[in-house]
Design a protein around this ligand. Structure first.
Ligand code: HEM
Ligand SMILES: [Cu+2]
Length: 611
């Protein structure tokens, strides 16, 4: 019960991590099915129709339902602790965000049992997405609309949190890199997700009410969809990668026992990348025919991103240089990230060369490129962050031996899978094709690629195993879990953090506040206030009911494509949703207070447990 009513950012973080991981397993199974189908030429393991559904669901699930919530999980679990806050700015809305995402994801996946999944690719290009028969694309539109609303709310929440809730003395240029990356990510969410919302609304009208926005036979324009989609879509890939950059900076700095090299330039690079993210969307549309001027401008803008990115790469290397590097699993993933991401970035610059892109476009070269940045970058980064912060979140370490197997199998499997795909692309193998003739000679490399995918599958099973065994008898973690090397505020409190996080709000005097205090001989961060009453928000059942209303409304709209009377179901769902909003606004909930005596007891119990 506690879990479905919670408004605690730490628990919401765990909910995000768990459901993200579940969807990651779904997306992973879909990936394996794709690789089985492509392992040998002229395979008939999957039909073309099913293959399209699986590819579409794999991409959509991985992006929206697996890695996005993993990021939201870490940011919920860690950012308030890094800034010395007791929770996010709007704890209630935080719960709404999670449940909206969750029900949106469930809705999308219901399509498998209700007439087939969407099959027009994760990019849902019109006019195919407009005219596609069946309900699959309607599930895509409504599932993503609901999940996207949750994401947008989450982004706004973290913007306000980071602007308003920082501990005294924690100025912008003392902010930990992970928090900085989440701040920029939240700005990107704020500007990018509304574009998706609008695009999906237009597609929704096209499909359900004959809107004709994107249907050229009725005067619509399918290119507009491509613009809208990529005005959202390119920032979206930076929404994904910037948190990984933040994780990497914190992990590398802590596990090499050095201050991050070039902090100011790291922050500037993040800001610059965030800005450029909105200037490059048409690099996905070079072959559309926008003309040489537009193509050149977007090509130059795209190449410019390599500069701040290069700054970050060098700063990580200089942080490692001369550091006392500990080869923990977290750090291994961070170290594996660097060369892998550089390769993905390099093929990105190659793709930005317009003339060359006419050759690369829609080939496996692109598939190789984006998996190098998304898996070799983001997923490696997520693993680094998860191994690093796991003891803080759960109070127990993940097993390091299994962790190292997890890393090496995943790392080797990753390169086996995706490196050959560059060459397959250059040989002309098109993306989103369900099979190929033997004469083309693509069989061998596809086979190697599928073996690699199996390696990654085993690595994921090991990771799951690691979670299971350590949750039963994992090594308990202290507050400053990793060799006492913690630098930022989250390590200055016990693991897991108590419900109120900081008994006394910390006073930040320097960058890497906790490290600085330890250097001055203190074992804790100077408090900024005496021990006093703490105000805590109450749990609430409303967020889940509200999101469930949206879920029902989604079904109603989807089935109205077949039967207009199901619009009543939609109205019913919306009534639940708006009704619960109304209840929430009318009913005053002042939360509760923890009193100092109670706090003292709890704190000394925790100290006792640690000693
Ligand atoms: C971990 C192992 C993974 C394997 C073996 C794998 C494999 C594949 C394959 C074979 C395709 C089909 C390419 C095509 O025919 O067009 C594909 C597409 C895609 N993958 Fe993955 N993938 C993996 C992980 C991921 C992750 C973690 C993400 C995102 C975070 C991701 C995002 C995508 C996207 C966006 C597409 C394009 C879907 C579309 O064309 O609509 N993949 N993947
Ligand atoms: Cu892009």
């Amino acid at each position: 019960m506690d879990w479905i009513t919670t408004v605690d950012h730490k628990k919401i973080g765990i909910l995000y991590l768990m459901s993200g991981f579940l969807f990651f397993l779904f997306g992973g199974i879909e990936a394996i099915l794709i690789r089985v189908q492509l392992a040998v030429p002229e395979n008939d393991f999957l039909s073309g129709e099913i293959y399209n559904q699986i590819v579409t669901m794999h991409g959509t699930t991985m992006i929206f339902l697996a890695v996005m919530p993993a990021i939201f999980g870490l940011m919920n679990a860690i950012v308030p602790l890094q800034i010395g806050a007791r929770d996010v700015a709007f704890p209630f809305m935080n719960a709404v965000s999670f449940w909206m995402f969750f029900f949106g994801g469930v809705l999308l996946n219901c399509s498998w049992f209700l007439g087939g999944a969407p099959a027009a690719g994760w990019t849902a290009y019109a006019p195919l997405s407009d005219i596609y028969e069946g309900l699959g694309m309607d599930f895509y539109v409504l599932g993503l609309q609901i999940a996207g609303a949750g994401t947008l709310m989450g982004g706004i929440n973290f913007l306000v949190t980071i602007v308003n809730m920082r501990a005294p003395g924690l100025t912008w240029m003392r902010l930990p890199m992970f928090t900085w990356s989440i701040f920029i990510t939240s700005v990107l969410i704020l500007f990018a997700f509304p574009a998706l919302t609008i695009g999906l609304f237009l597609l929704f009208f096209d499909r359900l009410f004959g809107g004709n926005f994107f249907d050229p036979s009725a005067g619509g324009n399918p290119i507009i969809w491509e613009h809208i989609f990529w005005i959202f879509g390119h920032p979206e890939v930076y929404i994904l990668i910037l948190p990984a950059f933040g994780i990497l900076s914190d992990v590398i700095s802590q596990h090499s026992r050095k201050r991050i090299f070039g902090y100011t330039s790291m922050v500037l690079a993040l800001v610059l990348i965030g800005f450029l993210a909105f200037m490059v969307w048409a690099h996905h549309m070079f072959t559309v025919g926008l003309g040489p001027v537009a193509n050149s401008v977007f090509a130059i803008m795209t190449m410019a991103i390599a500069i701040p990115t290069g700054v970050k790469i060098f700063n990580w290397l200089f942080t490692l240089w001369g550091g006392q590097i500990r080869f923990t699993t977290a750090n291994l993933f961070a170290l594996g990230f660097i060369p892998t991401f550089v390769m993905g970035g390099t093929t990105g610059v190659m793709l930005a060369v317009v003339t060359a892109d006419f050759q690369f476009h829609d080939s496996y070269f692109v598939v190789a490129h984006f998996h190098y940045v998304i898996v070799g970058g983001l997923v490696f980064g997520l693993f680094a962050g998860i191994y690093h912060w796991w003891p803080k979140i759960f109070g127990r370490f993940l097993n390091e031996t299994i962790g190292k197997w997890n890393f090496w199998l995943f790392f080797i499997g990753f390169h086996l899978t995706f490196f050959p795909q560059h060459f397959l692309g250059l040989m002309g193998m098109p993306r989103r094709n369900f099979t190929y003739p033997a004469e083309l000679g693509w069989g061998d490399m596809n086979f190697i690629s599928s073996i690699g995918a199996a390696f990654m599958g085993v690595a994921t099973i090991l990771f799951t195993w690691n979670i299971v065994v350590t949750s039963i008898k994992g090594e308990k973690a202290k507050g400053d879990a990793w060799y006492g090397d913690g630098r930022t505020l989250e390590w200055s409190i016990s693991s897991p953090a108590p419900e109120y996080n900081f008994a006394q709000t910390p006073l930040v005097k320097e960058f890497d506040a906790f490290w600085a205090e330890k250097r001055n001989g203190n074992d804790r961060v100077t408090p900024a206030e005496p021990l006093g009453e703490i105000h805590m928000p109450n749990n609430s059942i409303i967020p889940i009911i509200m999101s469930f209303g949206a879920f029902i409304a989604g079904f109603g709209f989807i089935f109205s494509a077949e039967n207009k009377s199901s619009l009543f179901v939609a109205a019913f769902g919306l009534a639940i949703m708006f009704g619960s909003m109304l209840v929430h606004s009318l009913y005053d909930d002042h939360g509760h207070h923890l009193i100092p005596d109670e706090l003292k007891q709890k704190e000394s119990k925790r100290k006792g447990a640690e000693a």
